[in-house]
Ligand binder design. Structure first.
Ligand SMILES: NC(=O)c1ccc[n+]([C@@H]2O[C@H](COP(=O)([O-])OP(=O)(O)OC[C@H]3O[C@@H](n4cnc5c(N)ncnc54)[C@H](OP(=O)(O)O)[C@@H]3O)[C@@H](O)[C@H]2O)c1
Length: 338
């Protein structure tokens, strides 16, 4: 397939500046739709622009933004230029560095995620990204494990610490405690020294306890919003299913509710509570070396571990997405790209 035509290239313009014609395998979409729109193609490998690194990809993982993008829900961000390569998490080995890159050398093992909603790029044998969004991969973890961490764990860490202000000894409620984001949030809150209550389906209770929850509320048995004694310093709605107003009474007088989903009631609540004691906040994750280094340190100390539901080869991207979208997963679904 010839991608010299700007309109059909799957790569952002910067990737095509020094276009190299070596082909690579990628799972691409040529229209929005269900998991059936994925198919394998040979596309030209990207080459790194100034400040970028080229990564020989080993694995990526699926986050809900990837299937929201594929369904076309984020068309106002992702546009109508096809084909597209989805999935923003990456782990792999640096193969080449663009000019001005001093932080990495070829051969370095890295992980991270491509910043910017709907950017993607991970479902391919190679990826170029800014060096500033990548970090050294945790040693002792496989590339599959490493690829399951960046977006979901960064979201959890940034929500709890940067946005929620979680400190040792505080009480935190994690809603969606066994999901991709939530299962990292429970572990991170426990590492920080907070007391963690998790909300999950009853079938996930034992996992939630293993992850570090001291109390669990099964949302298919009881409504946590009716809990009488609860008084949380931070409520992290990792599932993005509830909203500030229905959780407000569970917060301490200066408690913070943080959600992952900017739903229609969330942004007005964020604005209305900006000067209030109890606040509604939204987290928008960003990939950066500082947070990824901290996550790496906790992985290397054996305190943070991803839960992986399944690993699929690149050729089975459709099946991987079907599983990730089924609502039957715990933790993460990973795709091996070699
Ligand atoms: N803003 C950001 O930067 C950002 C970053 C990452 C993710 N997100 C968003 O965050 C959300 C979660 O992402 P994820 O990767 O964790 O997804 P996920 O792996 O699919 O997990 C979703 C979780 O939601 C739980 N859940 C579903 N219905 C629930 C309910 N009624 N009450 C309580 N929990 C419920 C599920 O629990 P059970 O399995 O027990 O039913 C599951 O643990 C997605 O909407 C995603 O787009 C936003």
């Amino acid at each position: 397939m010839n991608y010299s035509n700007r309109k059909t290239s799957p790569f952002p313009i910067s990737y095509r500046r020094n276009e190299v014609k070596l082909p690579m395998k990628a799972a691409v979409i040529r229209k929005y739709g269900g998991p059936e729109v994925f198919h394998m193609e040979e596309v030209p490998e990207p080459s790194p622009a100034a400040g970028e690194i080229k990564i020989r990809m080993r694995a990526t993982s699926i986050n809900p933004i990837d299937f929201k993008t594929r369904r076309g829900y984020l068309f106002f961000l992702s546009g109508f230029r096809f084909p597209k390569i989805l999935c923003s998490d990456f782990s792999g080995v640096v193969e080449a560095c663009g000019s001005n890159v001093t932080s990495f050398s070829p051969g370095d093992e890295v992980y991270g995620f491509t910043n910017g909603a709907a950017k993607g790029g991970g479902l391919a044998e190679a990826l170029c990204c800014k060096a500033s969004i990548a970090s050294r991969k945790p040693s002792g973890l496989s590339f599959e494990e490493a690829a399951s961490i960046p977006l979901a764990a960064s979201t959890a860490y940034q929500a709890l610490v940067h946005v929620g202000g979680l400190k040792p000894g505080m009480r935190v409620l994690v809603i969606g405690a066994t999901g991709g984001v939530g299962h990292f949030a429970v572990q991170l809150a426990a590492i920080i020294g907070a007391q963690v209550t998790g909300v999950c389906r009853s079938s996930g209770e034992s996992l939630a306890r293993q992850l570090g929850c001291s109390d669990i509320i099964a949302y298919d048995r009881e409504d946590f919003r009716q809990t009488k004694v609860a008084s949380f310093d931070v409520i992290f709605d990792a599932a993005g299913k509830y909203g500030f107003w229905s959780c407000r009474k569970l917060l301490t007088h200066s408690g913070v509710y943080v959600t992952t989903v900017p739903g229609p009631s969330v942004m007005p609540a964020v604005a209305l509570t900006a000067a209030a004691k109890r606040k509604a906040r939204f987290v928008g994750a960003n990939s950066n070396d500082r947070d990824l280094s901290l996550l790496r340190q906790w992985c290397e100390e054996g305190r943070l571990r991803p839960t992986i539901k399944a690993v699929f080869p690149l050729e089975e991207t459709r099946q991987a997405y079907e599983l990730a979208e089924s609502g039957r997963t715990r933790g993460k679904v990973v795709i091996r790209t070699v």
